[in-house]
Design a binder for this molecule. Structure first.
Ligand SMILES: *Cc1c(COP(=O)(O)O)cnc(C)c1O
Length: 394
């Protein structure tokens, strides 16, 4: 398969991206880039991947018209049901792809970092499926708030390492995983969970996730009985579910809206809105928008949902933002909680808190969206969040 709109030789999308990594990792990044391009051009690799996506993950995921919500909001609202993918979110599209790639490269050991636990579960799943050793780094705070996911990973024979350093959340787990990789790169592949990190990760994660948007094109644009989307909405943590659904539409002129976490509100400073309220800098190997103070110190992000609790964002989104290919907005914790309740009560679908940010924006923008065909990427199911939602009461 040919790659549409690839980054340049340095892994840059416009001003963003690149390969800001320790010298010792350069050979591994170059090897990965080469292995990915070689695999992507090989029909045998796609046959194996497609078979697993169809019969193990359950793709294509349905697109479902949310009739009651549509009526309530005056919008023709459709849900791309990534919550129905095996493991309950889109992340497995990427982990199976990268695990297959690792196997092809002859690397029997996988490491990963995880925030909500979803990427850890998706990685442990892919490793169990393909018989690879799996080590997952997780911030101690996240280990606590996502205990069930920790147990899931251990059931699937992954080793979970709790990271106590720094804020003990995702950012710190990423640093520890990087440290491991520097020491183990000979036999280890690092499965990054979003369209972030040094080149070629933003490219290859995008390629593994863009099946979401490609399916949507078949299910809606090319369907004789369904409308073509006018607005596509997705939440943005690192940005993989959003990039996955946006990318096939990047030249379509369709309104692409990425929804970040406004946490306690942008003005409070406690949020995860790197594109809305951040500025360009270098984080985890790439040049991108991030949350930083005047001295360039990376700030801690805040979101009620661990999946959006990250101070950076994938570099291609930074490029999309500056060029206007997509626009980015932000939604508070409270509005996301409210949207989670609305979708649960109105459709019988409990969305992930991450995905609820997308619905919260749609609800807030309902006046502007009247009568339009809007697709929300329902990136995951909310079972993992139910206890937390209960704690917030209301
Ligand atoms: C991890 C996660 C996200 C955020 O990650 P992206 O890379 O921005 O997609 C969003 N939704 C769900 C359900 C997740 O698990």
């Amino acid at each position: 398969m040919t790659i549409q709109s690839p980054p340049d030789d340095q892994g840059r999308f416009g001003d963003y991206g690149g390969r800001f990594a320790p010298e010792i990792l350069m050979p591994a990044l170059l090897e990965l880039d080469e292995a990915f391009h070689e695999a992507w051009a090989d029909p045998g690799f796609h046959a194996e991947l497609d078979e697993l996506l169809a019969n193990y993950v359950g793709r294509p995921t349905p697109v479902y018209r949310a009739a009651r919500l549509s009526e309530q909001l005056g919008i023709d609202l459709w849900l791309k049901r990534e919550d129905l993918a095996h493991t309950g979110a889109h992340k497995v599209n990427n982990t199976i792809g990268q695990a297959l790639l690792a196997k092809r490269m002859g690397k029997p050991r996988i490491i990963a970092e995880t925030g909500a636990g979803q990427h850890g579960v998706a990685t442990a799943t892919a490793c169990a499926l393909l018989g690879l050793e799996c080590v997952v780094y997780m911030g101690a705070k996240d280990v606590e708030r996502q205990a069930l996911n920790v147990y899931r990973m251990r059931l699937m024979d992954a080793e979970v390492i709790s990271v106590e350093k720094g804020a003990a959340t995702l950012k710190d787990a990423v640093s520890e995983a990087m440290r491991d990789w520097v020491a183990s790169v000979e036999n280890t592949h690092y499965i990054i969970g979003s369209v972030v990190g040094p080149h070629p990760f933003p490219l290859l994660v995008r390629e593994f996730q863009k099946i979401i948007g490609e399916e949507l094109q078949e299910q809606m644009d090319q369907s004789p009985i369904r409308p073509t989307p006018e607005v596509i909405v997705a939440c943005v943590g690192g940005g993989s579910n959003a990039m996955g659904i946006f990318h096939p539409y990047r030249d379509s002129g369709i309104d692409l809206v990425g929804v970040e976490a406004a946490g306690h509100g942008i003005a409070s400073g406690h949020h995860g809105a790197s594109l809305v309220a951040g500025s360009p800098g270098v984080l985890h190997g790439s040049h991108t928008y991030l949350l930083q103070d005047e001295q360039g110190q990376v700030l801690e992000a805040h979101s009620i949902s661990a999946g959006l609790d990250y101070p950076g964002v994938g570099p291609e989104h930074s490029y999309f933002r500056d060029t206007g290919i997509a626009r980015y907005v932000a939604v508070t914790d409270d509005d996301a909680l409210d949207a989670l309740r609305v979708m649960s009560a109105t459709e019988g679908i409990i969305p992930a808190l991450e995905s609820a940010h997308g619905l919260a924006w749609i609800m807030a923008a309902a006046d502007e969206l009247q009568g339009k065909t809007v697709v929300l990427n329902l990136s995951g199911r909310g079972d993992k969040d139910v206890q937390q939602v209960e704690k917030f009461g209301g």
